[in-house]
Design a protein around this ligand. Sequence first.
Ligand SMILES: [Zn+2]
Length: 173
Amino acid sequence: MPITADYLGMGLSLDDLDGENLAYFRHCADHNFHLQACEDCGLVRYPPTTACPWCMSRDSKWVPVKGKGTVHSYTEVHHAIQPAFKALTPYLVLLVDLDAQKGKPTEHEALRVVGNLATPDGKLAPPELVKTVGIGTRVRMVFADVAPGLALPQWTIDESAPQPASPWRYPQE
Ligand SMILES: [Zn+2]
């Protein structure tokens, strides 16, 4: 079954042929984060794809992965690309290094998962929260329900984790 939904005035659709993403978002809809683990080399990959990026094997299984990590990089969006996002600026797009599999297969690699900074209930974070987050901030995954059968994985500040004294941010005016 394909998934179609409306998110802030934008049409989202996942086609029947996109088996990997349908499976991925089926787990997200249940507020479970699962990724594909290669059945040959054992490495987990993100985003969902047909073959292992390291050994090319097409055999994989879905495994639960802990949604905790550290902000690797970020973009602070001030010019919305869609009208519905205009009222929500500034917002953050985060690239998060998961704790799971960090430093594998080489020391410079990690599972880097994209998402927006959100409040614990999954709504885009307000400006006062946006300016507290930067490279090094510890975050945890939350799910934003969009439509029946579709939830988006987002990131919120991990209240239970030690935080850097001042996460790196672009110099502010
Ligand atoms: Zn592999």
